[in-house]
Design a protein around this ligand. Structure first.
Ligand SMILES: [Zn+2]
Length: 203
């Protein structure tokens, strides 16, 4: 390979990393509202072995589905999502539904990126280096530095940023790196696929 080719490869890689950093960017063109047709609803504490294997570290706090107890949500993971391990959560008529903290913590980001990327979004730091992100909100009820408890409202579902319809874009991160998502005690998301999960948050 010539030096010139090396350079273009390097530039291409740079471009790919830049796109990867673009949070909720192009991936969201792939978001499909989807029919809300819950079959095989999984309670986040009962779990479903078919959903995948646990990769959760021992240090992982119990991170709950970020919605009111007893509500059922469509959880979609898909190829092309940015970042790849994020999940899009929605249900019929979800615009304005309360978004709750997955676990206790401190708000580390509360930003509005206009019509780009995550739009209006919040990040919460939990124990042991774990953080969660909540994007495309229609409004937020916390600020950077706010202490929140598990199940406390932090905002409402919306369609801000690069989003094609109302839903919550959600991530679980460990030391800044997105991780496979686990809800409750043992509900592991399938990559890639759709699951219907009932919240135990704040029950
Ligand atoms: Zn998303």
């Amino acid at each position: 390979m010539t030096q010139r080719n090396h350079r273009s490869l390097f530039q291409a890689l740079l471009l790919v990393s830049a796109l990867g950093l673009a949070a909720c960017g192009p991936g969201h063109e792939h978001f499909e509202e989807g029919e809300f047709n819950p079959t095989n609803v999984v309670d986040e504490d009962v779990g479903n072995e078919e959903l995948g294997e646990s990769e959760s570290a021992l240090s992982r706090p119990t991170l709950r589905l970020p919605f009111r107890c007893g509500t059922t949500w469509r959880a979609a993971t898909f190829s092309g999502h940015s970042p790849a391990l994020a999940v899009d959560l929605n249900r019929d008529g979800d615009y304005g539904d309360a978004v709750l903290a997955s676990a206790a913590g401190t708000v580390t980001r509360a930003e509005h990126e206009g019509n780009t990327s995550y739009g209006l979004w919040v990040e919460i730091a939990h124990a042991n280096g774990w953080r969660t992100r909540y994007a495309h909100l229609s409004m937020k009820t916390v600020s950077v530095g706010s202490r929140v408890s598990q199940g406390e409202k932090i905002g409402e579902v919306g369609n801000s940023g690069e989003s094609s319809s109302s839903h919550l874009h959600y991530e679980q991160r460990l030391n800044g790196i997105t991780q496979r998502i686990t809800f409750g005690l043992n509900t592991y998301l399938r990559y890639y696929g759709v699951a219907y999960i009932t919240s135990r948050n704040g029950c």
